[in-house]
Design a protein around this ligand. Structure first.
Ligand SMILES: Nc1ncnc2c1ncn2[C@@H]1O[C@H](COP(=O)(O)OP(=O)(O)OP(=O)(O)O)[C@@H](O)[C@H]1O
Ligand SMILES: [Mg+2]
Length: 223
């Protein structure tokens, strides 16, 4: 089943000078795909992820997720699709520093309508899943980099999204810690989650089944 479809998608920033960060991109991603996105700095990778995550809109072209033509959605509808189907992980973790690990993972479910007990139960189970069941009451600042990123991954998947989007998720981690996060991604993939991971690290890119390269806004798929 096709989950994501980009058709002749262009994103320009008006400038001046105008920058065409993505140029007539065509890409489709199936449910359960594990895709890495590689390419030089400034080539358009984050621009692509922001569009996939409904944080930004294309200038021209179409983006469909689950056959929903996202260009036809208003902001509320986009926010709903984002909350229900999309999880994000960033290089800099973006955890709430004064809230416990458990609170950070509860956050995305706050307005979900899920009863409090159930929310707490899910957050705990998700944290156990990423190997942090013993850190529920800790503050993020007291955790290692790899632990922080695992909290961020737990927060991203606690609402059972259809797709996880990650922008340089191992960029702040050393090799061993990066390996931890990669094997967590492998587990999530094995459970059927669709993953799109931007990375500069060839070892991280090699874990994915598909490798998409962006060069100066143009997308090519590597065999
Ligand atoms: N909000 C913006 N306004 C104007 N230009 C932008 C904006 N965001 C990105 N760009 C431009 O679009 C191009 C692609 O940027 P993007 O952030 O997608 O690159 P990237 O591949 O993620 O690079 P990096 O590996 O350094 O993170 C760059 O030339 C950048 O200057
Ligand atoms: Mg970037």
């Amino acid at each position: 089943m096709t989950l994501i479809e980009l058709r002749d998608l262009t994103r320009s920033f008006p400038g001046p000078p105008e920058v065409q960060a993505l140029k007539a991109v065509n890409l489709s991603i199936d449910e359960g795909d594990y895709v890495s996105i590689v390419g030089p700095s400034g080539s358009g990778k984050s621009t692509m992820l922001n569009i996939l995550g409904l944080l930004d809109r294309p200038t021209v072209g179409e983006y469909r997720i689950d056959d929903v033509v996202t260009g036809l959605l208003d902001e509320d509808e986009r926010a709903r699709v984002r909350a229900q189907r999309i999880g994000f992980v960033f290089q800099a973790f973006h955890l709430m520093p004064r809230r416990t690990v458990l609170d950070n993972v509860l956050m995305p479910m706050l307005y979900s309508g899920i009863p409090r007990d159930e929310r707490e139960d899910r957050a705990r189970r998700t944290l156990e899943r990423v190997g942090l069941g013993h850190r529920l009451g800790f503050l993020p600042t007291t955790l290692s980099g790899g632990e922080r990123q695992r909290v961020a991954v737990a927060r991203a998947v606690v609402s059972t999204p259809s797709i996880l989007l990650a922008d340089e998720p191992t960029g702040n981690l050393d090799q061993a810690t990066s390996g931890e996060v990669m094997s967590l991604f492998d587990d999530l993939r094995a459970d059927g989650l669709t993953l799109v991971v931007i990375t500069h690290d060839p070892a991280v890119a090699a874990r994915a089944e598909r490798r998409v390269r962006i060069t100066d806004g143009r997308v090519t798929e590597e065999a």
